[in-house]
Design a protein around this ligand. Structure first.
Ligand code: AMP
Length: 401
């Protein structure tokens, strides 16, 4: 069973080509700078050999043509014909209130996704472009949409509603949707697999800490709360997003700076977070390095970042009436030893005790990092959204094995 997983961003397309029955990634790569000068496709073969193709990649359809071309090319490819692709799975950011699970893409599904462009104007349009391109280029091959929002459908209403006039929820669908669902779902189920426990018996908090960051409370296998909201702007402090902020401060800034909604959106999405506080970078590696050299704003940014995560862990432990497993994932969660130490510090009262020695050696690998006797199992689980998309795609198109 060969599944192509596609993740279309505004100017990029990431892809991974799986042979699931053999647990192999046959190829992967990225198309970058779509519609810009200097666009290229970077393709990596199963052997690890990398090939670069430069070209005029004006839109997502051309990008996907490049991908299909290289996958089936004699010299660099891994299939002799495109018919060998059994299905294509797409990452789709927003599935609104309609999609509680991944879905086979039909014309009706495409119509629904077009409707959700209003809710995710930055993300759903490129996701759709990928779907249109596959439909045009290899129309017989089934496609599946895997939504970032779907996992959070189990949130109870008291967790997903905002305390604004109810009519606005009815009229515009203003509520918490949550994102990163595929990642929270993957790492929580993988952690349970590693621990040998049934997800239906444990309370889990997942911290996806990357350039985008969110936390999720997963009670007995279901998401019951998550930190991102109506958009991915709410919650934790991120690379360039503010996370939680008083709405009163937003309108005050807009008044004082005489800016409209578009500029405000750019301010809070692109110029805030770690970048906004440090004034140097959104990249935690650079910030950690500058903090080590004594840069005060970098030290502050790190303290704020960690403190916000700690608060959410406390809140979610309270929301679930306890916590059994705490998981770190995402580029920062998987790699930053000091972030994990700082976040877990003083959480012993919740039963969270990490083993400093084990933690210090863990970067980007699956591992229990809590002390032998820690009530809460603290774990590092590298995320793998692509694998989850491939598995969902196979299950939907061909049924569960
Ligand atoms: P992601 O969005 O999941 O790819 O994560 C990107 C973030 O992970 C960036 O802020 C990187 O600086 C951070 N990151 C990657 N490797 C490390 C590392 N070794 N230590 C600290 N942060 C890291």
């Amino acid at each position: 069973m060969k599944i192509l997983v596609i993740n279309c961003g505004s100017s990029s397309i990431k892809y991974q080509f799986y042979s699931l029955s053999e647990s192999r990634i046959l190829a992967k790569g990225i198309v970058e700078k779509i519609g810009m000068k200097g666009s290229f496709l970077k393709h990596e073969k199963e052997s690890g050999q990398k090939v670069l193709f430069e070209g005029e990649i004006l839109d997502h359809k051309i990008g996907i043509e490049y991908i299909l071309g290289v996958l089936s090319s004699e010299k660099h490819g891994c299939i002799s014909s495109l018919d060998e692709i059994n299905a294509v799975g797409h990452r789709v950011v927003h599935g609104g209130e309609e999609f509680s699970t991944s879905a086979l893409i039909t014309d009706e599904v495409i119509l629904a996704l077009e409707k959700f462009i209003e809710l995710a104007p930055l993300h759903n349009p490129p996701n759709l472009r990928g779907i249109y391109a596959i439909k045009a280029l290899i129309p017989e091959i089934p496609q599946v949409a895997v939504f970032d929002t779907a996992f959070h459908h189990t949130m109870p209403q008291h967790a997903f509603m905002y305390a604004i006039p109810y009519a606005l929820y009815k009229k515009y669908g203003i509520r918490r949707y949550g994102f990163h669902g595929t990642s929270h779902r993957y790492v929580s189920s993988r952690a349970c697999e590693i621990l040998g426990v049934d997800p239906k018996t444990v309370k889990v908090i997942t911290c996806h800490l990357g350039n985008g960051a969110s936390a999720c409370a997963i009670k007995y296998g279901e998401s019951v709360d998550t930190s991102m909201g109506f958009t991915p702007l709410e919650g934790l402090i991120m690379g360039t997003r503010s996370g939680d902020i008083d709405m009163g401060a937003v309108s005050y800034i807009m008044d004082k700076e005489k800016i409209g909604t578009k500029s405000a959106s750019i301010l809070f999405n692109k110029h805030s977070g770690l970048l906004g506080i440090t004034g140097i970078s959104s990249d935690s590696r650079e910030i950690l390095a500058a903090a080590d050299k004594g840069d005060e704003r970098c030290i502050l940014a790190i303290e704020m970042f960690n403190y916000r995560i700690k608060k959410y862990i406390g809140a979610y432990a309270a929301a679930m009436g306890g916590v059994d497993v705490l998981i770190f994932t995402g580029g920062i969660g998987e790699n930053s030893v000091s972030t994990r130490v700082s976040v877990c510090k003083d959480l012993e009262f919740l039963g969270i005790e990490i083993d400093q020695e084990i933690n210090a050696g863990i970067r980007g690998e699956e591992r229990i990092i809590s002390k032998e006797g820690s009530k809460v199992k603290v774990m590092v689980v590298p995320t793998n959204e692509e694998l989850m998309i491939a598995i969902d795609t196979q299950n939907i198109v061909y049924g569960k094995e």
